[in-house]
Design a binder for this molecule. Structure first.
Ligand code: ADP
Length: 217
């Protein structure tokens, strides 16, 4: 369990905060809007009404115990940048910032924050991938062109084994896990027989995963 601070409780900030709470962490939510701070007081560990660009007010908030601070001030680029600078000056090392435009991104990258987030683009890419490969339930990019994909198998040709799915690509794709109801079969062997409602997690290069995609249709 870790503690996080989320600045800006708009749609993005509150969604991230509630998910962190759901994952068992504690969250301090900060917003300049007292209505929002009051609205989420019961759902987050604590909420504070504070102008995150006000150096003195921010100095009174203890950020040292936060694993990371997420700046989720979207629209107001000036406020987002000022707040980011303040956090840097206070010695916060893990700063994640939501960027709204290319200019915002460019300045943030010069400030050297830990991660710049583009929710719309990231979500857009995700939706496009899902439309493109409807059998892919979800995916996770591991970087360097490697992905973990979760696939469902609607029209499984029987009998199907792990080998049937990845044959020819054994060197670049591995089956990490098969989920069968609430059972998890970890690193199943190539001979493992897949049943129709199974959810399969594969890890491999983007290129090879795309090449085996027709096998799932
Ligand atoms: P979203 O798209 O996630 O809803 P918004 O830009 O609408 O993004 O929301 C950003 C939130 O950040 C709002 O709730 C707003 O009140 C808050 N906010 C804006 N400026 C400041 C600031 N200077 N200090 C603290 N919170 C701020």
């Amino acid at each position: 369990m870790a503690h996080f601070t989320v600045i800006g409780l708009g749609r993005f900030g509150i969604t991230a905060s509630l998910e962190l709470m759901h994952l068992g962490h504690t969250v301090t939510g900060i917003d300049i809007d007292e209505k929002l701070a009051e609205q989420y007081a019961a759902e987050l560990t604590q909420t504070l009404i504070c102008d995150a660009t006000d150096e003195r007010a921010m100095a009174e908030i203890s950020l040292a115990n936060s694993e990371a601070v997420l700046v989720a001030i979207g629209e107001d680029m000036q406020a987002s940048l000022l707040c980011t600078l303040l956090l840097k000056n206070q010695g916060v090392t893990q700063i994640w910032v939501k960027a709204n435009s290319t200019a915002h991104h460019t300045i943030l990258s010069k400030l050297g924050v830990s991660r710049i987030i583009h929710p719309e683009e990231e979500m857009g890419a995700r939706v496009a991938q899902a439309l493109n490969y409807p059998m892919v339930n979800d995916y996770l990019s591991l970087g360097h062109g490697l992905y973990v994909v979760e696939i469902k198998l609607p029209r499984l040709r029987k009998p199907a084994t792990v080998e049937t799915l990845i044959i020819g690509f054994e060197a670049s794709i591995s089956c990490l896990l098969i989920k069968r109801k609430d059972n998890l079969i970890k690193s199943p062997p190539l001979t493992f027989e897949i049943a129709e409602a199974d959810v399969v997690l594969l890890c491999g290069t983007r290129e090879s995963l795309i090449r085996i995609a027709p096998r799932f249709n």
